[in-house]
Design a protein around this ligand. Structure first.
Ligand SMILES: Nc1ncnc2c1ncn2[C@@H]1O[C@H](COP(=O)(O)OP(=O)(O)OP(=O)(O)O)[C@@H](O)[C@H]1O
Ligand SMILES: [Mg+2]
Length: 235
C-alpha cells in the first residue's frame, strides 16, 4: 500500500477485520518493521514535542501502576518541571472524565475506563502525530460520542496530524477529512474519499449519514459480506 498524509490532516483508515489496519499503524509507529518499502515522517516543529503518540486497540496500561502513574510514566520522559507535569496529568484525566479515578488501579476500572486512561496517556504527551487504533470501539455509544467530540475539539485547537483506524463508517465520516477504504486481507487501499464535509460537525447532520451510507454501499460492492464465498462474489 502507498499513502501520504499531510500535516494537520485527519485521515481515517476503514477496513474489515483482519485486513491489516493495526499492522499499518504498527509499521508507521516503528513498532513493527515493514517487510518491504519505507515510511518517511517529517520532524515536529517544536523542540521536545514527541513525534508520535499511539493509542492501541486495547488499553495496554501497566497493571501495577495507578491511573495517574500510568500517565506519569510517559510524561516523565519529557522531563518537564514537576508542576507542569502534574498539570498535564490532571488535565488529561479531566478531559476523559476520570479525575476522580486518578488513584485507581487498572483492575479497579471497567474496560471503557481503562481505554479512556490510555487515551489520556497519549494526549498528555501532546504528540505531533496521533495514531489511533479503534480507540472508541470498546466504549458505550454515549461515552464514545463524547470522546469523538473531545478529539475533534482537541484537533481543532492543537492541530495534530491524526491517522485513525476504525471499522465504523459513521465515525469515519464524522471525524475525518479523508477516508481510505481497504480490501480484505491481505489489505490494500482501494479507494480514497475526501468527504468535504464542513466543520464544526454535528452528529445529526444528514450529510454525515449520507457519506457513511455511501461507504457502506461501496464496501458491499467491493468486498461483500463476510459470509459470502469467493464464488458468490465473483459471480
Ligand atoms: N501484508 C501482510 N501480509 C500478510 N499478513 C499480514 C499482512 N498484514 C497483516 N497481516 C496479518 O493479518 C492479520 C491481521 O492483521 P491486523 O491485526 O493488522 O488486522 P486489523 O485490520 O487490525 O484487524 P481488526 O479490525 O480485527 O483489528 C495478522 O495476523 C497480521 O499478522
Ligand atoms: Mg486491529
Amino acid at each position: 500500500m502507498s499513502l501520504e498524509v499531510t500535516e494537520n490532516e485527519f485521515v481515517c483508515i476503514l477496513g474489515p477485520s483482519g485486513c491489516g489496519k493495526s499492522t499499518v499503524l504498527n509499521i508507521l509507529s516503528g513498532l513493527e518493521p515493514a517487510s518491504s518499502g519505507e515510511v518517511t515522517i517529517h520532524r515536529p516543529h517544536r523542540a521536545n514535542q514527541p513525534t508520535i503518540g499511539y493509542i492501541f486497540q486495547e488499553p495496554r496500561l501497566l497493571p501495577w501502576l495507578r491511573a495517574e502513574d500510568n500517565i506519569k510514566f510517559v510524561v516523565d520522559q519529557l522531563q518537564l518541571p514537576q508542576k507542569d507535569a502534574n498539570f498535564r496529568i490532571g488535565q488529561s484525566l479531566e478531559s476523559v472524565g476520570l479525575l476522580k479515578f486518578a488513584r485507581a488501579y487498572p483492575h479497579e476500572l471497567s474496560g471503557g475506563m481503562q481505554q479512556r486512561v490510555a487515551i489520556a496517556r497519549a494526549l498528555a504527551v501532546d504528540p505531533h502525530i496521533l495514531l489511533m487504533d479503534e480507540p472508541f470501539s470498546s466504549l458505550d455509544e454515549i461515552t464514545a460520542r463524547g470522546m469523538r467530540k473531545l478529539l475533534l475539539d482537541l484537533w481543532e485547537q492543537q492541530k495534530k496530524t491524526i491517522v485513525f483506524v476504525t471499522h465504523n463508517m459513521f465515525e469515519a465520516a464524522y471525524l475525518s477529512d479523508r477516508i481510505l477504504l481497504m480490501t480484505r486481507h491481505p489489505g490494500t487501499i482501494y479507494k480514497s474519499i475526501t468527504t468535504g464535509l464542513p466543520r464544526p460537525r454535528e452528529y445529526e447532520d444528514p450529510k454525515i449519514f449520507a457519506v457513511s451510507t455511501n461507504i457502506a454501499r461501496d464496501f458491499l460492492r467491493e468486498i461483500g459480506y463476510e459470509s459470502e464465498t469467493e464464488t458468490d462474489r465473483d459471480s
